[in-house]
Design a protein around this ligand. Structure first.
Ligand SMILES: Cc1cc2nc3c(=O)[nH]c(=O)nc-3n(C[C@H](O)[C@H](O)[C@H](O)COP(=O)(O)O)c2cc1C
Length: 171
């Protein structure tokens, strides 16, 4: 996942694995972001962030967005080779190359442990490549499947689907 932020006229992007849905009504997500990174600072100041779901062709950009800090470069978007596009709902940019997007307005923030903040946010905008995501991820050609971070330097894309629909819902 790529987390994007904006504060005044500066935008930033970072790699993020620690994210989960936490409510359906309204739709809400939570992200855990380490204190001290630039994205944390921008989320605190603006109360907003967006999430962009990359595919396997963005693997190097995801890695680099997770290695570099926006504190050390003029523009991390340019530095890692990602294009920023405008969102629908917020002033926070989205990552053009990605498959799906959530725009998020922070409602609560909890300091967790010694080093992270859990930001809980309402999803105020959502878009997806409709060839890649319908009611669920569709897993079309490999290039349009979401990139998963397995931990460390390892990533994967899902390779198959198994339905566990209750019998009465089956054709
Ligand atoms: C694949 C990947 C996943 C990551 N997930 C998280 C995460 O969930 N939370 C977090 O705080 N940092 C995570 N990081 C580390 C940040 O992306 C990294 O600290 C980044 O340099 C912060 O950038 P910034 O200072 O520009 O905000 C991850 C890094 C990688 C490579």
């Amino acid at each position: 996942m790529l987390l994007t932020t904006r504060y005044r006229d500066r935008s930033n992007v970072m790699a993020l694995s620690w994210v989960t849905p936490v409510s359906l009504r309204p739709p809400m997500v939570a992200v855990s972001v380490q204190r001290g990174c630039l994205s944390h600072d921008y989320i605190e100041r603006s109360g907003q962030f967006s999430l962009s779901v990359p595919g396997p062709s963005q693997i190097r950009q995801v890695r680099d967005a997770g290695l570099l800090s926006g504190k050390d470069v003029d523009s991390k978007f340019a530095e890692v080779g990602l294009k920023a596009i405008g969102g629908d709902a917020l002033a926070v940019p989205l990552v053009a190359e990605c498959l799906a997007y959530l725009e998020c307005a922070v409602t609560e923030a909890y300091e967790v442990g010694e080093d992270h903040t859990l930001f809980v946010a309402e999803v105020v905008g959502a878009q997806a490549d409709d060839g890649a995501f319908g009611e669920s991820w569709l897993l079309p050609a490999a290039g349009r499947r979401p990139l998963h971070h397995l931990g460390g330097h390892l990533y994967s894309v899902l390779s198959g689907v198994t339905s566990a629909a209750p019998e009465e819902e089956e054709g």
